[in-house]
Design a protein around this ligand. Structure first.
Ligand code: ADP
Ligand code: MG
Length: 312
């Protein structure tokens, strides 16, 4: 079942067309990546899905209910981690969680359990009584996420949660999100302008640029849009001129890049068979010491589809 359906959403800010007829479905339990450069329209879309701002036309359905008709129920099942930190600097992590827990209507043992769970999940147990000013940027981000999961939302939306975060905290956030998805079957919407992040994390990816859909699908599909060929690097224990010639003429080999020492790099298409290559190499009294495939990155996909780099 699609837990979220976004249908033909259009939004203007004065002359600026921020979203141009955007549609997609999100399946329950999926980690959905919304990716695009700064100003693409990601936060605007998140703000519409969470009913913080209205759209000019189009509809959003959550669990088949119209966002504008079942607003209170839908709000109760969505946790939002906004792009800007929403924590109280004067309180400790524990007290922040307690305060926001009260706002969600939690109290007593349930609240205590949820706070401990959120601290555990976010890896903040050891700093729960520290001053916020003593926490790193990454820890603050994690606290921002911990607050959003107190309420056990069915849907967790994270708007650029890793901006300004050190690599260690970033990995911690990834693990945290994967764990939520796996253990609680939480549906996750993750926005970013870093391709390699969604590449690690997301099962489906929607690429947006200047308010328009650029592409939507799983990674395999997105990569197939621009690449049907792969690059393969073989390290051999011996390489004769004959063997090189035969490799070049093997079925499925499109071209051969410069070889160095005992390395051969081949561009191959879907007709290439590795077992044929192995037989050929062995029949030429050589063998493979090392083999590497070079897989195209989503960054390459974005560059190919828009002619632009994702990075500013
Ligand atoms: P992203 O989150 O992908 O960086 P945004 O959704 O924040 O992009 O912005 C998309 C576009 O809409 C940008 O050009 C931005 O300047 C514009 N925009 C966003 N919010 C407003 C607003 N409240 N008023 C006017 N323009 C806005
Ligand atoms: Mg944004």
């Amino acid at each position: 079942m699609s837990i979220i359906r976004v249908e033909n959403i259009t939004k203007r800010f004065k002359d600026k067309l921020a979203l141009d007829n955007i549609s997609f479905n999100i399946e329950e339990g999926e980690i959905f990546g919304l990716i695009g450069p700064n100003g693409a329209g990601k936060s605007t879309l998140i703000n519409i899905i969470t009913n913080l701002i209205s759209c000019d036309s189009g509809d959003v359905f959550v669990e088949n209910k119209n966002l504008l008709e079942d607003t209170i129920y839908i709000k109760s099942i969505i946790g939002l981690v906004p792009q800007e930190l929403a924590i109280i600097e004067q309180l400790t992590p524990y007290d922040n969680l307690e305060y926001f827990g009260y706002l969600y209507g939690l109290s007593g043992k349930l609240l205590k359990d949820r706070i401990n769970e959120a601290l555990e999940f976010s890896g903040l147990m050891e700093v729960k009584k520290k001053k916020i000013s003593k926490l790193s940027g990454g820890m603050k981000r994690r606290l921002n996420i911990a607050i959003a999961i107190l309420n056990h939302p069915k849907i967790l939306i994270l708007d650029e949660p890793t901006v300004g975060v050190d690599p260690q905290s970033r990995n911690h956030i990834f693990d945290f999100i994967k764990k939520l998805s796996k253990e609680n079957n939480t549906t996750i919407i993750y926005t970013s302008h870093y391709m390699e992040e969604v590449e690690h994390l997301c099962s489906k990816i929607f690429i947006i640029d200047e308010g328009k859909e650029i592409a939507f699908g799983d990674q395999e599909y997105l990569k197939s849009l621009v690449f049907s060929n792969k690059k393969i690097h073989l390290k051999l224990n011996s390489l004769s001129a004959d063997l090189l010639f035969n490799l070049k003429n093997l079925k499925g080999v499109v071209s051969q890049e410069e070889n160095k020492d005992m390395m051969v790099s081949l561009i191959v298409d879907e007709d290439f068979s590795l077992s044929n290559a192995i037989s050929l190499i062995e029949n030429n009294n050589s063998s493979i010491l090392e083999i590497n495939y070079e897989v195209p990155s989503l960054e390459d996909v974005f560059l190919n589809l828009t002619g632009k780099n994702l990075r500013d």
